[in-house]
Ligand binder design. Structure first.
Ligand code: UFG
Length: 331
């Protein structure tokens, strides 16, 4: 297969490109390197640097790269906090970029897209575990733009015969088994990389945001899912569309929740180092518990997470962070 990966130099995109090239697929990447890194681009992938909002650029890539079977779309801004202080940046990049990309896909007769969506489309959950049929009421602009992107695929699909799979991930984490690529956000806001900055000597302590939630130890519960398991789900979703199946939406998580304190304890075991934690107030907008039901992805796509053990997830993250304390070097 020939697959175009949008945002293939970012965290989840780069891991998906590694799995695709390992499986012998032909990969073309578009990334503007605003948040992605050149070093994360797999050497076997063909790389085009440019922005999805630039129609002439996107057209030129699709003119050159004939025979694309499907697109996998990771290219978006994804910081919840930033999306609240600068919502128009999210509307512009996430929605306008997708609109231009879809125009070019329709013009070039490319009719399959797998989309990187998020648990943030649900907002405050109605119940646990969360099903794909549950209410979607995002509590931040990031989630709202991802939900709007899903809807854009639906309506464009009805008009132009495009089919899509939207994958709503819960808490992506971990790193590639080689230790060559991993998580690198700037600024970093995610729990596991921030915890690992402590044993790495980059941070004195990890802040625990809220200890009065209605959970077993008072800290928030999240469903942590290994990035390689997410990558595999994208490949299965492409196959699902290639087989002629209908557009659909799937949650991706392990279905098991861990508290912030449990994650810190596991990181201590993995790194064999003390990790100082400081209890602080709640972070605005954090739901107490977010756990996925991924039964649908398992049943329909045949997906099976292979790295569900939290210890193994953090071990893979530590392999990356301990050898790349500054992340990638290009910025
Ligand atoms: N947390 C801390 N201290 C920190 C950082 C995080 O205690 O320094 C806590 C948070 O309060 C939260 C948990 O750790 O309870 C996980 O936080 P992350 O920021 O790692 O992840 P979120 O659950 O907030 O965000 C994830 C995805 C987003 C997505 C969101 C959906 O990373 O992309 O779920 O709600 F939008």
């Amino acid at each position: 297969m020939k697959i175009l990966v949008l945002g293939g130099a970012g965290y989840i995109g780069s891991h998906t490109v590694y799995e695709l090239t390992d499986a012998g697929e032909d990969v073309v990447i578009i990334d503007n390197l605003e948040t992605g890194y050149k070093e994360a681009v797999h050497p076997k992938a063909k790389f085009y640097q440019g922005d999805l909002r630039d129609r002439a650029f996107v057209d030129s890539v699709l003119d050159q790269e004939t025979g694309i079977d499907a697109v996998i779309h990771f290219a978006a801004n994804s910081l919840v906090g930033e999306s609240m202080t600068n919502p128009l940046k999210y509307y512009d990049n996430n929605l306008c970029g997708t609109k231009t990309m879809l125009e070019s896909m329709v013009a070039h007769g490319i009719d399959k897209i797998v989309f990187s969506s998020t648990a943030a489309t649900y907002g405050e959950p109605e119940k646990t575990p969360i099903l794909e049929t549950d209410r979607t009421e995002p509590t931040n602009t990031y989630g709202e733009t991802k939900l709007s992107m899903e809807k854009m695929f639906k309506w464009v699909g009805k008009a132009h015969g495009l089919r899509f799979v939207s994958l709503r991930y819960f808490n992506a984490c971990g790193a590639h088994k080689s230790g060559e690529i991993g998580e690198a956000h700037n600024p970093e806001t995610h729990l596991i990389p921030l915890i690992l900055q402590v044993p790495n000597g980059k941070r004195e302590a990890i802040s625990i945001f809220g200890t009065d939630y209605p959970t077993k130890d008072g800290t928030c519960v999240r469903d942590y899912i290994h990035v390689t398991d997410l990558a595999q789900a994208h490949i299965l979703a492409v196959k699902y569309l290639m087989e002629g199946n209908e557009s659909d939406i799937f949650n991706l998580g392990n279905g098991i929740g861990f508290t912030v304190k449990e994650v810190i304890e596991t990181a201590k075991e993995v790194t064999q180092k003390p990790i100082k934690a400081v209890e602080e107030g709640r972070r605005a907008g954090d739901p107490a518990v977010l756990i996925a039901s991924s039964e649908k992805a398992k049943k329909v796509l045949g997906w099976k997470p292979e790295h569900a053990d939290l210890h193994e997830i953090i071990e893979s993250a530590w392999k990356w962070h301990s050898t790349h304390p500054e992340g990638y070097q290009s910025k």
